[in-house]
Design a protein around this ligand. Structure first.
Ligand code: AMP
Ligand code: GLY
Length: 435
């Protein structure tokens, strides 16, 4: 199979690793890729949002399948253009991608479909938004409606904080256009889980559930980021406080109450969703409720999920069948093998303006760790340097959770670059559950 992978982050590196791991004979082209992916794929210097060039590239190289990693090209209509050109593409159309790109659209969809989620209202007026925050009471959550790289959400402990957040978005332009419409949302109590599911418009194949660590600092303190680490599988049951080594019941509940009704509502709106549907869930006392949907693989969840996901048939085969409109192959399954803990190494300054250009020293290769590149570049002098907020993601693998956690923390501590930031407590909730 010849495959074009669009993107150049840690998630795309993990996808490239999975495709090669499943089938060493696969031919991979990455646009633009990154220095880590260059060991697995031919990297072509076309940016992930250059829709016209990407379509030309797919046609020139006669690829069998295009897999789109990030949300920006999906929001720009890359899949629509590829389909028009007759190229099978894995990912949602621009209209279906709105499930991520507009939180207001996603909320209304959930409301109409009866999908459990927090109560929320949309505002462009500061005064009305503040009134709503008072009606819900603190703690309350203020969100920029558009894309903000995972950073446009402020969980406010007090109404004064909520007022400040509303003003910063609607008046202070804190998130640009994305924040000119805000959601005021009821706070949900519980633990978070990310379920990544391959979707063919009607049916889903759920992968191993994962847990992300969105806060910058150990103990889940500090500002929200794009994600500082993740682990999979998660031994949570379908209710707050339940522990379960077997995720079957949790996944079935998420499929029945969340994923399948969402696909139905998307079909009803004439925007069938095919691709990867990511449900960010809060496991509350009343069961799973949706925090957000994403229209693509999670980052860094993918770097933890794919190494432990044993799929039959392999991932690329299922993606190709979905992209061709054949649907998820009958009997397709995903099992879990072992444990994975992913530690993100971020540059100095992240999640603000990251410092670029610092030389990176990687740890010696080891069997129990995978190093995925994200914000790195290799200069003409051959030196690997930092070139983004999240620089690397180190996934530790193990037959036990504790083993995977040790491998991840140890390998992460052996990566060197100036100002390196990382959390050494990824998976702490899982340990607290007795893993
Ligand atoms: P989002 O970008 O919508 O996933 O939100 C980022 C983070 O903010 C989530 O992962 C949660 O930790 C938190 N969050 C968002 N919405 C809520 C909510 N309604 N209740 C509690 N926490 C929330
Ligand atoms: N890790 C959260 C996301 O990919 O949006």
């Amino acid at each position: 199979m010849k495959l074009l992978l669009v993107g150049g982050g840690g998630r795309e590196h993990a996808l490239a690793w999975k495709f090669k791991h499943d089938d060493p004979a696969v031919t991979l082209i990455a646009a633009p890729g990154n220095p880590g992916m260059a060991e697995l794929a031919e990297c072509v210097p076309v940016t992930a949002t250059d829709v016209g060039r990407l379509v030309e590239l797919a046609l020139e190289r006669r690829v069998d399948l295009v897999v789109v990693g990030p949300e920006a090209p999906l929001a720009a209509g890359l899949v629509d253009r590829l389909r028009e050109a007759g190229v099978p593409a894995f990912g949602p159309t621009q209209a279906a991608a709105e499930i991520e790109t507009s939180k207001a659209f996603a909320k209304q969809l959930m409301l109409d479909a009866g999908v459990p989620t927090a109560q929320a209202r949309v505002f462009t007026s500061v005064l009305e938004a503040k009134e709503c925050a008072r009606e819900f009471g603190a703690p309350v959550v203020i969100k920029a409606s558009g894309l903000a790289a995972g950073k446009g959400v402020i969980v406010c402990e007090t109404l004064a904080q909520a007022d400040e957040a509303i003003e910063s978005m609607l008046v202070g332009n804190a998130f640009g256009e994305s924040g000119h419409e805000v959601l005021v949302e009821e706070f949900m109590e519980g633990e978070e889980v990310s379920v990544l599911a391959l979707a063919d418009g009607t049916r889903v194949l759920s992968l191993v559930p994962a847990q992300d660590h969105k806060r910058l600092l150990a103990g889940d303190r500090g500002p929200n980021t794009g994600g500082m680490g993740a682990y999979a599988p998660v031994s949570l049951g379908a209710r707050l406080g339940q522990v379960s080594r077997d995720n079957t019941a949790l996944l079935r509940e998420v499929e029945t109450r969340v994923l399948l009704p969402t696909l139905r509502a998307m079909r009803d709106r004439g925007r069938p969703f095919t691709g990867l549907l990511y449900a960010g869930l809060m496991i509350t006392a009343d069961g799973p409720k949706v925090v957000e949907f994403n229209c693509r693989f999670g980052d860094p969840e993918t770097q933890a999920v794919l190494p432990v996901a044993q799929m039959d048939p392999p991932l690329a085969t299922v993606m190709l069948a979905i992209a061709r409109g054949e649907g998820i192959p009958a009997g397709a399954r995903c099992h879990t093998q072992g444990y994975a803990v992913t530690t993100v190494l971020a540059a100095a300054g992240y999640p603000g303006t990251p410092h670029a250009g610092d030389p990176i020293e990687l740890p010696a290769p080891r069997a129990d760790a995978l190093v995925f590149h994200a914000g790195t570049r290799r200069d003409d002098d051959g030196v690997l340097r930092t070139a983004g907020g999240r620089v690397l993601a180190v996934t530790g693998l193990g037959a036990t959770f504790a083993g995977a956690q040790r491998a991840s923390a140890d390998a992460a501590s052996h990566v060197r670059f100036a100002g390196k930031q990382f959390r050494d407590d990824i998976g702490w909730r899982e340990r607290a559950r007795g893993a």
